[in-house]
Structures are given as structure tokens and as C-alpha cells.
Design a protein around this ligand. Structure first.
Ligand SMILES: NC(=O)c1ccc[n+]([C@@H]2O[C@H](COP(=O)([O-])OP(=O)(O)OC[C@H]3O[C@@H](n4cnc5c(N)ncnc54)[C@H](OP(=O)(O)O)[C@@H]3O)[C@@H](O)[C@H]2O)c1
Length: 284
């Protein structure tokens, strides 16, 4: 008999996930707080079940893509999860994942926590990354359906918090760079130059930037701080200049000031002649 999949949550992401499953001929039931969002998916072959108890009872694999974990708790309060494979694809913290894993496992579910590292229009491609961790039985059961949603699946083992830790660490790296770029965009604008050209240049040198990040990661892991090629004192000078430039060009100095403080703190702790990896010692 055909496996039954329930998609809970039909926002920007959940509706795309449901559609991808339907396109691959899966038996899909959908549930959403606002019923209207189910209309087009029903036209495409999904079943809408307004009663969440019945929707879960009639399904084998429960995929969740709601705003967050509290919304998930709310929607599934009092719903029997006995014998179900539950995959949480909403974004949360590792602690959110651990708490939900404990509570849903106690309620009889096999629980897998997931993190989607892509936008709705990027879903369903061979390389689309989705991190997963938690019950290996749930992983084995849900993997074929999940592979339709993104070919770049990465199962990170039984610890339920692993997927969201990786997700938030990767998002931190991405948005940290994006905020630095926006500060750079302010510099370009204030000098009457093209922000688009800066974007192009950053893309062109991104393999070099990526290598610098990787080398710093290796240094932190190995606790290698001495013999810098570019010392904290030298790097700190960049932000002294940037704070001055912000004042001179009358642009927002928040980013430059934040970074200046980080470097000054490390210098104050005596790490001025160490590698940039030594900033981690003050962060810890
Ligand atoms: N969009 C992305 O690019 C992206 C990428 C990666 C991960 N994600 C994650 O995917 C999840 C969903 O994102 P989205 O972009 O689909 O968000 P969205 O378009 O804002 O949809 C939110 C969904 O949550 C439901 N919801 C919110 N509060 C609720 C509550 N108290 N009770 C019941 N349902 C509730 C909404 O129901 P209604 O329709 O009734 O309002 C809707 O189905 C988030 O955790 C997000 O971080 C999104």
C-alpha cells in the first residue's frame, strides 16, 4: 500500500514541500491553520483534512514546517503520535530539538529533527541541503520522501540537536558575511562607487575567503594561536580605520565599532601578537 505523508504547515516553505511530494506521485495529506492555503494543493491532488487528530492518525510520516517549535507544540497538543515517524523541518535551537525529541518519543513517535538550508525556490534540486539528526529508524523511514525535497541530505547521527546546531552555525557564518558586506556597501556608496561591483568582487574572491575561514577553523580546533601571518594587532588596525572612515563619511559605524571592540578586548587580554583564532579565547 502507498505510504501516506502528512504535511503540517503550508506557508512559503511547507506549500512547496507538499507540491514537490505530489509531483513525485506521493499520497499527500495537508493541514494548515488557515484552510485557504490548501486550495491549490488540493487541486494538485492533495487531501485536506481539517481535523488534525484524523490527519495524523491517517498518515505514516508526519512532516512539519510551521513558524517554530511553540507553534508545533500548540498544533499537536493532545494528538496521538504513537507509531508515527515525525520529521520537524521548522527552524529552532538545539535545545528546542532535544525537548521535542524527548516529548514526542515519550508519546510513541520516532522523531527526526531537520533544518532546511535553502529558500523555497531552491527546494527539490539535487544539491539542496537539508540537515537531519535524531532517531535512525525515523531517518531510514523518511529518507526516500526527504530526498524528493532536497538531494543534499546530511544525516548527522542520533543526537537530535545536531542538525539545528549545524544550521545556526552555518547561518551565523552566512549572515556575518552579509552584514560585513552591507557595511562595505555603505563605504562604496559614500565614495560614489558601485555596490554591484563590490558584490561581484566578493563573489570572485570567495574561494580565497572560504580558505581563510577553513584555516581559522582548523587553528581553533587545534588550539593553534601563535606565529601569526597577520596578527590580531594588524587586523585590529583595520577596524580603527573603519571607525574613523564611518565618522568621516557619515555612515553607520555600528558594525565597525562592534568589530573594533572585539579586537580591542583580545588585545587587552594580551593576544595582540597571536593569530585571529585567538579571538575565540576571549569569546569563550
Ligand atoms: N522560507 C524560507 O526561505 C525558509 C528556509 C529555511 C527554513 N525555513 C523555516 O521553515 C519554517 C516555515 O517558514 P515559512 O517561510 O514557510 O514561514 P511562513 O510562510 O510564515 O509560514 C508559517 C507557517 O506557520 C503557521 N503558523 C504560525 N504560527 C502558528 C500557530 N501558532 N499555530 C499554527 N500554525 C502556525 C502558519 O499558518 P497560517 O498559514 O495559518 O498563518 C504557516 O503555515 C520556519 O521555521 C522557517 O525558519 C524557511
Amino acid at each position: 500500500m502507498k505510504e501516506k505523508i502528512l504535511m503540517i504547515g503550508l506557508g512559503a516553505m511547507g506549500s512547496v514541500l507538499a507540491r514537490l511530494l505530489l509531483e513525485q506521485g506521493k499520497h499527500v495529506t495537508v493541514w494548515n491553520r488557515s484552510e485557504a492555503k490548501a486550495g491549490k494543493l488540493v487541486e494538485a491532488g492533495a487531501t485536506f483534512t481539517a481535523d488534525i487528530h484524523r490527519a495524523v492518525a491517517d498518515s505514516d510520516i508526519i512532516l512539519i514546517c510551521l513558524l517554530d517549535y511553540p507553534a508545533t507544540e500548540q498544533v499537536l497538543t493532545g494528538v496521538s503520535l504513537e507509531g508515527k515517524t515525525v520529521v520537524q523541518l521548522s527552524t529552532g535551537t538545539p535545545q528546542d530539538a532535544r525537548s521535542m525529541a524527548a516529548s514526542f518519543t515519550e508519546r510513541g513517535a520516532a522523531y527526526l529533527d531537520g533544518a532546511i538550508l535553502a529558500t523555497p525556490s531552491q527546494m527539490g534540486a539535487a544539491e539542496t541541503p537539508i540537515f537531519l539528526s535524531g532517531s535512525s529508524a525515523a531517518w531510514k523511514h523518511a529518507e526516500p520522501a526527504l530526498r524528493i525535497l532536497g538531494g543534499g541530505l546530511k544525516y548527522m547521527g542520533e543526537a537530535p540537536g545536531a542538525a539545528s546546531a549545524w544550521d545556526l552555525a552555518a547561518l551565523s557564518s552566512m549572515f556575518g558575511m552579509m552584514i560585513g558586506f552591507l557595511n562595505g556597501a555603505g563605504i562604496m556608496e559614500s565614495e560614489g562607487m558601485s555596490v554591484a561591483d563590490l558584490g561581484q568582487m566578493v563573489r570572485d574572491i570567495s574561494p580565497v575567503l572560504g580558505q581563510m575561514i577553513k584555516d581559522t577553523g582548523d587553528d581553533i580546533q587545534e588550539q593553534r594561536y601563535a606565529e601569526p601571518q597577520s596578527s590580531i594587532d594588524i587586523c585590529a588596525g583595520t577596524f580603527e580605520l573603519m571607525v574613523r572612515l564611518s565618522a568621516e563619511n557619515k555612515i553607520d559605524g555600528g558594525f565597525a565599532g562592534f568589530a573594533q571592540q572585539m579586537f580591542r578586548k583580545a588585545q587587552g587580554a594580551g593576544f595582540g601578537q597571536e593569530r585571529i583564532s585567538a579571538l575565540m579565547k576571549t569569546l569563550r
